[in-house]
Design a protein around this ligand. Structure first.
Ligand SMILES: N[C@@H](CCC(=O)N[C@@H](CS)C(=O)NCC(=O)O)C(=O)O
Length: 382
């Protein structure tokens, strides 16, 4: 039996960055392999049913796809350094909020800064994507394959709302986010204080894979938000680095006295991401209403591996955006809403107070009429 987990992914993959950071920070030994490796192609792909990363094969032989499921699996089965979900119901709710926002809400700046600055980024990306090529691909064949792979990603960027019109708005929103996170990190090494939690791992996806590593946004991050760049580096090491926070301990912030800098980040989520989530829930509910016979245990589409059910339009920072509706987002939202439902009355009041003060109350109660679950590595409606 292997002594360690295998992580299948690639350097520039957003969700692989989330899983990798989690495994490192929790002290779980692993080796990383490419999705073009023989093992992924022969054993993993047929199991997970679509070309997707990250996937882990655990030392015990379990195969788990999906960054959120990988974290839940390891929390349940591995010896971890810190619980990823804080014990406090208020902090757990904030962690779930940032798991959703980190992985899904920062996709727009991540894709914009990766695919709209070819002069600076393209040579790097050509090399980054090279590990996707099947073994034996010649140098002469690679440019054409890269154009195909990057063409798919450019199309995906559009479906997340990246366009000529939205570009400048995305940049100013991301600038605001960087300033807010930079201000928070002046006092705290992590989102919720002295140790990483679920929200940090999810933020690591876009902030490391695209926005720290790609040349254009990487320079921007170092120049405008050097502490954020150091947080990214800290999130990728197993050992604690206290150079910037000599007095720091691993305790979390008090849930009855949340720092203003954290509340400011939550208010940012309310402006930046809430309108999109509400529009997507509304779209999904109309879509579900139009499919009364949708069979439970399926995604309701002809192709069970498809991830989008359509596109919803909404106002965002003074412009109109139309973005793909992804049921997976509702799956993450269930964690927030289920945690809230399971909390005591007193805890619920405390969560209500914080979410209301940040303009996020709607996220606690607005839901899809059917739940999304994951079965055999795919998203399905219950
Ligand atoms: N919800 C999934 C999302 C995984 C995902 O979208 N991964 C991207 C790379 S970052 C992927 O595999 N894309 C492959 C493709 O679209 O062909 C997770 O959290 O693991």
């Amino acid at each position: 039996m292997r002594q360690h987990h295998t992580l299948f992914g690639m350097h520039c993959s957003l969700y692989t960055a989330k899983a990798r950071s989690y495994l490192r920070k929790q002290g779980i030994p692993f080796e990383e392999h490419s999705v073009s490796s023989k093992e992924y192609q022969a054993a993993i792909l047929p199991t997970v049913q679509r070309m997707i990363m990250p996937v882990i094969k655990t030392a015990q032989g379990d195969i788990v796809q999906d960054s959120a499921d990988i974290i839940r699996h390891c929390e349940a089965h591995a010896t971890v350094k810190y619980p990823a979900v804080p014990e406090s119901a208020v902090l757990a709710a904030i962690s779930h909020l940032f798991e959703l926002f980190g992985g899904e809400g920062l996709l727009r700046p991540a894709m914009h800064y990766r695919w709209n600055f070819d002069e600076l980024n393209l040579n790097y990306l050509r090399s980054e994507f090279r590990c996707l090529a099947p073994a034996g691909t010649s140098e002469a064949d690679w440019p054409q394959l890269f154009d195909f792979a990057s063409g798919r990603m450019r199309k995906a960027a559009k479906s997340f709302g990246v366009s000529d019109e939205s570009g400048p708005v995305i940049e100013s929103a991301y600038d605001e986010f960087l300033q807010l996170f930079e201000a928070h990190l002046a006092t705290f090494p992590y989102l919720l204080g002295g140790r990483p939690t679920l929200g940090d791992y999810a933020l690591m996806g876009p902030l490391y894979a695209h926005l720290y590593r790609d040349p254009k946004p990487g320079l921007l991050m170092r120049q405008k938000a050097p502490r954020v760049a150091r947080w990214v580096e800290r999130m990728n090491t197993a050992e604690e680095n206290r150079v910037d926070y000599e007095t720091a301990s691993d305790t979390l912030v008090p849930d009855n006295d949340l720092p203003d800098t954290l509340l400011a980040l939550m208010r940012f989520v309310a402006v930046d991401f809430l309108p999109e989530m509400l529009a997507h829930i509304n779209f999904a509910n109309q879509w579900l209403a139009s499919k009364p016979d949708l069979q439970s245990g399926t995604n309701g589409l002809g192709d069970p591996t498809r991830r989008f059910i359509g596109a919803a339009e909404f106002s965002w920072r003074g412009i109109s955006l139309k973005t793909s509706v992804i049921p997976y987002r509702f799956y993450l939202l269930h964690y927030l809403q289920d945690g809230y439902a399971q909390a005591t009355d007193t805890e619920q009041q405390a969560i209500d107070g914080v979410f209301k003060a940040c303009g996020l109350s709607a996220l606690l109660s607005t839901r899809t009429t059917r739940r999304v679950a994951r079965k055999d590595h795919l998203e399905i409606w219950e």
